[in-house]
Design a protein around this ligand. Structure first.
Ligand code: ADP
Ligand code: MG
Length: 442
């Protein structure tokens, strides 16, 4: 079944075709026709199931033809993070290219002056994070009388981030006669409550968990002492099989340390957390998308909803305390039909949280062992604590070469390689510098 049976117009079908989508995902199949009929939608589906196009496509169709007046946007999309807002805007650009709709993104960390100017021109689609929206509203830059469609994306993350009071206030400001589309990966009670309040006789669309992310992701746990975590991560991350990966930490303060540890091992890493300014977040995300950075070390909040195609691995450096977060984390890989692998480092004190995850996902996670030759790991503890000595010579680092157990388990390709000494160099190709690779990277 293609997109043409969903009731979308020719211009939109052309743009969809050009974007490479051939078959609608389950949530798109169900949500698009309902949205075109101007009904409210309550969409419950995991990350990676195509929720963005499930609302952007019919919105383009519904809004086509009309024109926004100055300061009176015709639709409002609320997203929990700046990155997500930007991604939604990208989807609009991709599929709205044959429509003459104007769109503005209002997120913190960008110039308010420019945003106000755009609002003055009239905006069909306004994509916002709640805080920045309310700032501009309170200054009188936005009038809401003409608002026809409200979208709330990633509602459960809004809850985690403490945005529910902001959401309640925003919804109370909107005209009651509007269409509301509400999306969430999970439905805790607090979300059910606000969904009941915000939506009017919605069509509930639920896409089963199994059909989405987890089927495409091979999942493992590794039982470790917490002191072994960084070295184990470096060892795993050095495998050729790992093309790129998200590395999740529970605490913001650990992110920099892990990132530096990877960099010391000559693995290109970048960090992403809620305290970063907009510019560096966008720059880091771009570097990750282009492959300049192979490892994105991040918190749950920063990574939520970020869509990067073809991420091969997810490392849960810490066991998430909230089992739902586990599902979101591993949903960063195995997207849109690709397969991925997820490894989680488990220490003794994590047992309770691991049980919660296994209960929620209704599976027992298999243990992955780096091999009996654990001396490789203890060697590495030393190497990480003495980085200067390791990197002052130009030789490839011994422990990433001679570690047979790692290669047997992780790196299928290397089994054919009769000269393993060359691998670390190949692994550490520095992208993005052309021929001018800085000395310290070589
Ligand atoms: P969600 O919001 O549910 O996490 P996204 O909307 O971010 O999911 O989509 C996940 C990925 O799948 C994106 O890379 C997106 O471009 C891709 N995608 C979405 N719909 C389709 C489709 N019908 N065909 C192919 N790829 C799709
Ligand atoms: Mg999404």
């Amino acid at each position: 079944m293609g997109f043409e049976v969903l009731g979308l117009g020719d211009k939109l079908l052309k743009a969809i075709n050009e974007s490479g989508y051939t078959t609608p995902t389950e949530i798109q199949k169900q949500a698009i026709p309902i949205t075109l009929m101007c009904r409210d939608v309550l969409g419950i589906a995991q990350t990676g199931t195509g929720k963005t196009a499930a609302f952007t496509l019919p919105m383009i169709e519904v809004l086509a033809g009309g024109k926004a007046k100055a300061r009176m946007p015709r639709s409002l999309i609320l997203a929990p993070t700046r990155e997500l807002a930007i991604q939604i805007a990208d989807e609009f650009d991709k599929h709205g290219k044959y429509h003459d709709l104007s769109k503005t993104v209002l997120v913190g960390g960008t110039s308010m002056f420019d945003q106000v100017r755009e609002l003055e021109k009239g905006v069909d689609v306004l994509i916002v994070t709640p805080g920045r929206f309310l700032d501009l509203y309170d200054r009188g830059n936005i009038l809401l009388a003409d608002m026809k469609i409200l979208v709330i994306d990633e509602a459960d993350r809004m809850l985690d981030m403490g945005f529910i009071p902001d959401l309640e206030r925003i919804v109370s400001l909107l005209p009651p006669l509007r269409q509301t589309l509400f999306f969430s990966a999970t439905m805790p009670d607090a979300i059910k409550k606000i969904a009941d309040k915000f939506l009017s006789n919605p069509k509930q669309i639920k896409v089963a968990r199994q059909s989405s992310t987890t089927d495409n992701v091979e999942q493992f746990i590794m039982n470790l002492h917490y002191k072994e975590k960084l070295d184990t991560l470096i060892e795993m991350a050095s495998s050729k099989e790992v093309e790129n990966a998200f590395v999740f930490c529970n605490r913001k303060k650990d992110i920099s340390g892990v990132c530096r540890g990877l960099e010391k091992a000559r693995l290109n890493a970048g960090e992403m957390h809620g305290d970063m300014d907009q510019k560096s977040r966008v720059a880091t995300l771009d570097a990750f998308k282009t492959g300049e950075i192979k490892f994105l070390v991040c918190s749950d909040v920063a990574a939520r909803g970020i869509d990067v195609d073809g991420v091969s691995h997810v490392f849960n450096y810490d066991v998430p305390m909230n089992a739902e977060d586990y599902v979101h984390r591993i949903g960063r890989t195995g997207r849109a039909g690709n397969t991925g692998k997820a490894y989680m480092f488990v220490t003794k004190s994590d047992t309770k949280f691991l049980d919660g995850i296994q209960d929620l996902t209704k599976q027992k996670l298999n243990e992955y062992k780096l091999g009996k030759n654990t001396s490789a790991i203890s060697n590495k503890s030393e190497s990480v604590s003495k980085p200067k000595k390791e990197y002052s010579d130009n030789k490839p680092k011994k422990e990433y070469i001679d570690n047979k157990p790692k290669k047997e388990h992780l790196d299928k390709k290397s089994n054919n390689n009769q000269n393993p000494k060359q691998e670390p160099l190949a692994d550490n190709n520095v992208k993005g510098f052309g021929d001018d690779v800085p000395l310290f990277f070589r």
